[in-house]
Design a protein around this ligand. Structure first.
Ligand code: GLU
Length: 290
């Protein structure tokens, strides 16, 4: 089997050391196995993605000494692919339009005594799942809406327990229901992260998904979508996240230095990549325990 990995940044900001670590691991795993390393720019979020971040990301990766195979793939150029998958899921009766605003959902959750919480926060209370077909049709014509997966119906349709394999966590039983009725097509974008990433990883024949543990839970949803859309199930390698000395996960907003800033300050990117791959982290950086 040809080993294929990818690095899939969202150009909504600059990369930091946590991204560099993930990219180095994905790159090295492919290269060590004579495989391919792909670069995919996850830019379907039209309001937050910026072309200038794409240029910076490419420069950062080159500075780290990472080379990718082929041209970078842009999700914004693959919308028909996501639309086709949505149409398939709609045809299976597994999607419904949701007209709720964030504020309406928050009000409903606040009013409920036992609103379940999933990995991404409160689970959608299912308000629009109960709409009648004629009401849906009338409102679709005039109101902005997203499309949600009817999780119970989708799990029922999959019809059996689903597993996936993670190099660090072992065999994992998929538990997508903890997310509730996830959004698969957003109001402002024709796909959500869950849908686009699942379709693309399959379409690009990614065999090993190397990414941070922050996306571990999302894999439950991806595994369900793979079952529904009859896609190949890749292997997963969810690696530990990097933290600062105080144990806080690296993030732009908590002050993690951008790779672009290190590059501009004249730091040696290849030496940094060497440090990351050797397992001895830069000063002030730690690896999260879980
Ligand atoms: N685009 C996602 C991010 O930047 C990563 C997607 C993935 O690796 O599955 O967080």
């Amino acid at each position: 089997m040809l080993i294929t990995t990818r690095f899939a940044p969202s150009p909504t900001g600059q990369l930091h050391l946590g991204h560099a670590y993930s990219a180095v691991l994905a790159h090295d795993f492919a290269r060590a196995n004579g495989g391919r390393f792909l670069l995919r720019i996850e830019d379907i979020d039209g309001t937050r993605s910026r072309p200038e971040h794409v240029d910076t990301i490419l420069s950062d990766l080159r500075w780290l000494g990472l080379d990718w195979d082929g041209d970078p793939v842009f999700q914004s150029q693959r919308l028909p692919l996501y639309q086709a998958a949505l149409d398939r899921l709609k045809g299976m009766g597994l999607l419904y339009p949701c007209f709720c605003t964030r504020a309406e959902i928050a009000r409903e959750v606040a009013a409920s005594v036992s609103a379940p919480h999933g990995p991404d926060g409160p689970v959608y209370p299912g308000t629009c799942r109960a709409l009648r077909e004629d009401e849906r049709a009338a409102r679709i014509a005039t109101e902005v809406h997203c499309w949600r997966l009817d999780m119970a119906a989708a799990v029922g349709r999959a019809g059996r327990a689903l597993d996936w394999h993670d190099a660090f966590a072992g065999t994992v039983r998929a538990a997508p229901a903890i997310f509730g009725d996830v959004v698969l097509a957003r109001k402002d974008a024709p796909a959500s992260y869950h849908l686009a990433v699942t379709i693309d990883d399959a379409a690009q024949s990614v065999s090993h998904i190397v990414r941070g543990r922050d996306l571990f839970d999302a894999t439950h949803v991806h595994r369900l979508l793979q079952a529904l859309l009859a896609l190949r199930v890749p292997e997963y390698r969810h690696h530990a996240l990097l933290t600062d000395a105080a144990g806080r996960r690296l993030a732009k907003r908590s002050g993690a230095p951008a790779l672009a800033a290190l590059r501009a300050a004249g730091e040696d990117g290849r030496a940094l990549a060497e440090t990351l791959r050797s397992g001895s982290l830069p000063v002030g950086i730690a690896r999260a325990k879980d």
